[in-house]
Design a protein. Structure first.
Length: 449
């Protein structure tokens, strides 16, 4: 089936410095004129001409449950708004997105909320929302390769999840990948994913920011495509989280959406998704966006405290929420813009707060990663301050699967850290293989007296 779309997405300078737009098949990460970040802009005028808001909703709903390539993916369900001009033959997809959005009834009750939801973006191919952006970026690269662009490999520096997603999607397409990881700073699961997917895994004796500098230099010197979050193609995939949440609520818009933020690409993406959906009449309002930061890496929180008048990078300290241990976020300008214009909020959580919040959630059936713990801790704070109230429909975006961060949980439950209150600890009990001993133990814990 030949598709026609009048919307042609292009790279634009975020600073609007006067640089003309560039085609998406140019190898470009920042504005050639002013060095600012680029963003992909869709032709909203053309999209409005194609369908009304109601027609778009019906169009996307009509693809739910399909097996027709590539629309089974939650990202490509919205193809016309994501990468309209790509040939479906060139798309690299593993059916990402369409992640479950579930009612956290019991956790909500504990916190005094009746309408709390968790969007499980980590229940996906490589276990984090990074899949949503990578399907778009790697599809674009695949299309460029198929039309003769001389690209030898894709590369990224990573705090763990980006490299897992990049190497998996590259492996699906048969494109070589190179990942730069800070030695001893990521989880075993995150390290072994790119190894298994056949990436060239370079473990460097530095931190994330150090890896970033090296990958930028290498991709400048060689025809290797840079897949880091300064690459604005990923935002186009990640923004579908917003549309998908609304679609799952029958196109109703929640009141609050809470999301953990590090490099701040994902909150920028979420904002872009909501704003475009509103501009196209697909939804009628924007929810209050809340960015949750670890207190050990909180430059956005500090900026918010000062009314966003200034923004200063910080030296990030070690946090269990390793994927957001970023002191100098690439996308801060995009994030500040969307928060400022739409009344967004920023809050922070300490190591103990994030660990307790993750553990409390787990006791109601979740299995949270530490970043989701940051978001849940921030939720608790906003509830206790009366900002989020009982009837507000609130969505917490869970960014990764807890199974990737099992050491975080082991440390918590075994009481390995002195800075944790550990109020929800549940360590396993070691007993001899003896019925009486087992009965004595269960007598206190389980049996009714
Ligand atoms: C990447 C990542 C984040 C942070 O997203 P940003 O776009 O860098 O703000 C949060 N949680 C997890 C699990 C991640 O992998
Ligand atoms: Zn520019």
């Amino acid at each position: 089936m030949i598709e026609t779309t009048r919307n042609i997405a292009k790279f634009h300078c975020c600073e609007d410095c006067g640089e003309p737009p560039h085609a998406l098949d140019e190898i470009l990460y920042t504005c050639p004129k002013c060095g600012g970040l680029l963003e992909v802009r869709q032709d909203l005028e053309a999209l409005r001409g194609e369908r009304s808001g109601a027609q778009w909703r019906k169009h996307f709903d009509g693809r739910q449950g399909t097996i027709e390539w590539p629309y089974a993916s939650g990202v490509w369900n919205k193809k016309e708004l994501v990468l309209p001009q790509i040939d479906p033959e060139h798309i690299v997809s593993m059916c990402e997105g369409n992640s479950n959005l579930f009612w956290a009834k019991r956790l909500g009750e504990q916190l005094g909320l009746s309408d709390l939801w968790i969007k499980q973006c980590g229940v996906t191919h490589t276990g984090s929302f990074k899949d949503l952006g990578m399907t778009v970026l790697v599809s674009q690269v695949n299309g460029m390769l198929k039309t003769g662009k001389p690209i030898q490999a894709v590369a990224c520096a990573s705090t763990g999840d980006t490299s897992a997603a990049l190497s998996a999607y590259a492996a699906w397409a048969g494109i070589p990948s190179i990942v730069f990881l800070p030695a001893n700073k990521i989880s075993i699961a995150q390290l072994i994913q790119p190894v298994s997917n056949g990436a060239h895994v370079l473990s460097l004796d530095t931190d994330f920011d150090g890896c970033m500098k090296i990958v930028q230099e290498i991709t400048r010197r060689h025809p290797i495509y840079l897949a880091n979050s300064m690459n604005s193609l990923r935002v186009e995939g990640q923004k579908t989280i917003s549309l998908e949440i609304c679609q799952q609520f029958g196109w109703e818009v929640p009141d609050f959406v809470i999301i953990p933020g590090g490099n701040l690409g994902n909150v920028s993406a979420l904002g872009k998704g909501f704003l475009e959906a509103k501009a196209l009449g697909i939804i009628d309002r924007i929810p209050t966006l809340v960015v949750a930061q670890a207190a050990h890496a909180n430059p956005l929180y500090r900026s918010f405290q000062g009314g966003f008048k200034t923004f200063e990078a910080v030296k990030a300290r070690t946090t269990q929420a390793s994927a957001i241990q970023i002191g100098d976020p690439v996308s801060w300008k995009k994030a500040v813009k969307v928060l400022k214009e739409n009344g967004g909020l920023v809050e922070e959580a300490t190591e103990s707060e994030l660990a307790d919040a993750a553990a409390r959630g787990d006791l109601t059936g979740l299995f949270n990663c530490p970043h989701t713990g940051v978001a849940l801790a921030v939720l608790e704070k906003l509830v206790s301050r009366g900002v989020i109230q009982r009837k507000h429909r609130t969505v917490v975006v869970s960014t990764a699967h807890g199974l990737k961060f099992s050491q975080f949980k082991v440390d918590y439950h075994h009481g390995a850290r002195e800075d944790y209150t550990g109020q929800f600890r549940n360590p396993p009990v070691a007993l001899p293989a003896d019925v009486d001993a087992v009965e004595r133990c269960l007598k206190d814990r389980v049996f009714k007296r």
